[in-house]
Ligand binder design. Sequence first.
Ligand code: C2E
Ligand code: CA
Ligand code: CA
Ligand code: CA
Length: 281
Amino acid sequence: AKGLGKARYAVFDTSMHAQAVALLQMETYLRRAVERQEFQLHYQPIVNLKTRELVGFEALIRLWHAERGFISPAEFIPVAEETGLIIQIGTWVLREACRQMYEWQQKFTAARNLKMSVNISPKQFRQLDLVTQVEQNLRETGLNARDLKLEITESTLVENADLVASMLKEMQALGIGLSIDDFGTGYSSLSYLHRFAIDTLKIDKSFIKDFNTDGEKSKIVNTVIVLAENLGIDVIAEGVETAEQAYLLQELKCQFGQGFLFSRPLDAQATEALIAAKLEC
Ligand code: C2E
Ligand code: CA
Ligand code: CA
Ligand code: CA
């Protein structure tokens, strides 16, 4: 038994070490990618479920490693948050998303009522000048505040709630939209939605997955939609993959959807082609 314990400890130790090395390598890699500006944005359409009209995009960051190929943001964003690099990365994302949207709006009349949604990490709210940065960004890129939406998570609202509330209020005063991302996965209540004057909820894809066969899930989704409607909040269902899900969501009066059924995230060129060709997915 003693020997086994020792062996187990050794395994644990090695994997901890490997993990620390991997984290350090990722950090070094991200730092270089920031310096060399190797990130890209892809854009995933958000559609009106009833009319299938395109209403906007979510900007999603992309990174290709020389040897490893595509690295998912689900892997590197947590490292960027841990190391503080998210500040520089987040600043670039916001700038590029606004610049690109404005360019499309100038080029295509049809793009003028589309909105751009940008993910903002909880750590970015530790920058006391975040609101000024966003404002300056709009001024410099030319994008109208009402065409920008910020996606924040429930954890942003819970951490440092008073400070975040006042920052969000200032954003709102500028005309920027606020969405709660991954709704239902974190700690937040409807009183939060009211307090922070949120205008959009994005129901997390874990609720949409199997919700056609899982009665419990469809009840939750229905409740969220009804309550949001009463509060005057828009709802976007994330991770819509099948026509059946889209149909059922529409039956529940969910207004908007996003997911592989409509489109995968597209690079800038493909996004532009979509805007140019048609505004339906
Ligand atoms: P998220 O904000 O929840 O973004 C939606 C994710 O769902 C994206 O993954 C998207 O590709 C994926 N998705 C879209 N439709 C479907 C579908 O029908 N089925 C399934 N299974 N997945 C779908 P992605 O691009 O890998 O991003 C993962 C996460 O990384 C994002 O989750 C977000 O938390 C973070 N992230 C991505 N870009 C940024 C960024 O620019 N800044 C920050 N702070 N975080 C970002
Ligand atoms: Ca998001
Ligand atoms: Ca989400
Ligand atoms: Ca999610």
